[in-house]
Each structure stands twice: as structure tokens, then as C-alpha cells.
Design a protein around this ligand. Sequence first.
Ligand code: NAP
Length: 248
Amino acid sequence: MTRALILGGTSDASVLAAAIARASIDAVYSYGGRTRAPADQPLPTRIGGFGGASGLADYIRREGITHVIDATHPFAAEMSRNAVEACTETGTPLIALERAPWIKASADNWIEVVNVDAAVAALPDAPANVFLAIGRQHIAPFAAKSQHSYTLRFVDPPEAPLPFAADVIVSRGPFTLDGELEMLRTRGIAWIVARNSGGDGARAKIDAARLLGLPVIMISRPELPVRLRVESVGEVVQWLGHRICLGA
Ligand code: NAP
């Protein structure tokens, strides 16, 4: 009997959960617990960390999980590494549902960097209006360049004081090209810092930057251990041994 564990927290994971529910596959959806009001899922849901790779291995054994699907965000590297380790330890098949990264087009003005510290270093010294399109847990290093006026955008209002003064937009997205163009223009944004998340939901800011000729400091994805990786929900459902049911 199949009993799948979906490591979720992304819009792709929600689409997958809907397909798995339609296919009547026994599955549990897991949230990391960072978002205050996570979207409802059509599957039994659990919330919060497992306690590292060994905690996840214990969970897999205890819950009789037969397949693990890592549908976390491409930058959720710790969870993805733990999944590889726990699945290796328990001999559980693992697949990653991971959207392709964005590819730089000729009209893009990207400065590609490997991590957040390199993104801070790539910002100019002269004060500028900067849109930091990265998660709140990664913003602290930008305090080193406090001469800039930062715009941040979060799903939830910040609970703790920010490490530097910033203008905060609270919005869940997805964002449209027109909306992003207006936001960048009205705030006079001169630089964007983004992570190469890939997918459609977050790419409007990248398209808007191209149209406005703005430089984007693009943080590359973290290196992850080799694992089976697909880009479509249908491939995951097939991997689980079921036929994909197209639904609403
Ligand atoms: P992370 O740094 O890789 O994970 C940190 C720890 O959070 C993990 O070691 C694990 O704790 C717990 N965790 C993460 N995802 C989990 C899940 N789906 N179920 C149960 N525990 C989970 O991850 P993150 O970047 O903080 O992301 C946390 C969640 O937000 C993920 O579900 C991710 O898909 C979602 N998300 C992240 C981003 C992003 O930019 N990183 C963007 C959108 C959504 P234990 O070690 O205790 O098991």
C-alpha cells in the first residue's frame, strides 16, 4: 500500500496535493510552520519540523511512509538535504518536484551570485532604492549596507523588529507584470535582489526588471545531493504508480 509524505509549503506542492487527493492516494502533507496561515490542503496535514534527518527517519517509520516527495521551495536546502539522508537511512523512495530555474535572457541585466553575502557585496556603495525580493530569514546581512532604502515584501507582517529600517509590503502574490511595473516605478527602485526560484508565480518582477532595464542581483540555487528530480505533478503521480486524473 502506498502512503506518501509530501514535504510542501509551495504552490507546486498544493497542485500536487490536489492531484494526489483526486487519485485517492493515501498521503500526508507537511508544512514547515513558517507561514502563519498556510493554505488548506485536501489531505491530512501536519505542521512543524521533524527534528532533523533522524527525526524525519523516525516519522517515516512510525507513520508507515512508503514514498517521500520533496516539493519544498528550491531554497529550502536543509529540508531537502534531510529528506535525502532520512530516505537513504530508511530505504524509502524519494522524488523531488522542483521547477526549473529561470534562464537569463539577452535583455536581462543580471549579476549572478552564489549566496546572500555575495548579493550584499554586489550592491553599490552609493545609496539607492533596493527591492529585496528574498525571504525574511535572509535579510539580516543587508544591514551592512544600511545606506540603501530597502523595500521588502512578505507574506505575513513581520513579528519581530527588522534588522534595519525598511518599507514593508505585505502580500501573498502571485504578482502580475503590470503590478510589478507599477510597484518598481512608484518606489523608484534602482536595484532588485532576487533568488532564482523559477516558476511563474514569482517571475513577474524579473520580467518587469527586464522591461525597465533594472539590474537584478540573482542568487543561484543551493547545491543539493543528487536525487530523482521531476518538474511536473503528473510525473510524480506516475512515479507513485497511479494514473494522473485531470481535475478542476
Ligand atoms: P529549510 O531552511 O530547508 O528548513 C529548515 C527546517 O524547517 C528543516 O530542517 C525542517 O526542520 C523544517 N522544515 C522545512 N520545511 C518543512 C516541511 N515542509 N515540513 C516539515 N518541516 C519542514 O526551509 P525554509 O527555507 O525555512 O522553508 C520552510 C518552508 O517554507 C518549506 O516548507 C518551504 O517549502 C517553504 N517555503 C520556503 C521558501 C524559501 O524561500 N526558502 C519560499 C516559499 C516557501 P527539522 O530539521 O526540525 O525537520
